[in-house]
Design a protein around this ligand. Structure first.
Ligand SMILES: N[C@@H](CCC(=O)NCCCC(=O)O)C(=O)O
Length: 258
């Protein structure tokens, strides 16, 4: 029997500054296939080619991946400034509506980095354009130079709510994570539960209160060397379990997979 399908929300990029592609990291593909036990299917994230309705019918779960372009501030009622950097309006158009539909239906998703930020904005929250400029905050961006190992190395702890969803899922209240982002949650969206924070208070782990399905999202990148990482493995395994349940006509809330 075919494995359930996880739609991987891709990013629009220009290869060699001229050739347009919809790109998804192999790390995501590998984690979904090997740890979640699902078919990883790359989605061309643009309303010109796919609709949210089609995606909900075609896929069992969704991985909202990381991506350099930021969610456009108009999506949370703010004006565009230079600090907001580059955008991917086509991805915004699909991803935000898709998050809301999944929350409503109980269809599982896992949000990563930009995907984490999308979940918050989709639920009515807002983002800081550059969190390292805020008093008391550390720089969460990746080092501009260096190897992949250096960019994705563990750089800070994340502390989870005592007895909360992430604490139970990880079997630890504090974990070490990588960090490769400039933006962060400013105001949390409706029903967005901040269940984990970095030492400087930056929100790192969220889920949607009362959602009938799996709605976990993290600000770090669990897809990096996921099979070797004690934090990534339970996260992708739980997402896989929830996606298998959806394919079987059941819904698993975050608390049920923890
Ligand atoms: N743009 C947001 C999100 C950061 C993010 O997802 N980084 C991963 C980039 C991976 C890649 O380049 O494909 C922010 O900076 O906060």
């Amino acid at each position: 029997m075919a494995r359930p399908i996880v739609g991987i929300i891709t990013n629009h990029y220009l290869l060699n500054d001229e050739y347009p592609v919809h790109a998804g990291g192999v790390m995501n593909t590998e984690a979904v296939s090997d740890l979640s036990g699902c078919i990883p299917m790359l989605i061309p994230t643009d309303p010109k080619y796919v609709s949210v309705t089609e995606l909900l019918e075609t896929c069992d779960g969704f991985l909202f991946t990381g991506g350099r372009p930021n969610v456009h501030p108009e999506e949370y009622g703010e004006d565009e400034t230079d600090a907001h950097g580059e955008f991917d309006r086509a991805r915004d158009a699909i991803a935000l509506a898709l998050v809301r539909a999944c929350v409503e239906r109980g269809q599982p998703f896992l949000g990563i980095c930009r995907g984490f930020q999308e979940v918050n904005v989709a639920m009515g929250g807002s983002l800081h354009p550059e969190i390292r400029d805020l008093p008391g905050r550390m720089n969460h961006r990746m080092p501009p130079d260096g190897t992949l190992e250096e960019k994705f190395e563990h750089r800070h702890t994340v502390s989870f709510t005592d007895g909360g969803v992430f604490h139970r899922l990880m079997g630890a209240q504090e974990v070490m994570t990588n960090t490769l982002h400039g933006q962060g949650i400013k105001t949390s969206g409706s029903r967005v539960v901040i269940d984990g924070r970095a030492p400087d208070g930056t929100p790192e782990a969220i889920y949607i209160d009362g959602a009938p399905g799996f709605t976990l999202a993290v600000q770090w990148h669990p897809e990096y060397e996921a099979a070797q990482d004690p934090v990534s493995r339970p996260l992708f395994a739980a997402f896989g379990e929830a996606t298998h349940a959806w394919a079987d006509g059941r819904k698993l809330r975050p608390a049920q997979v923890a």
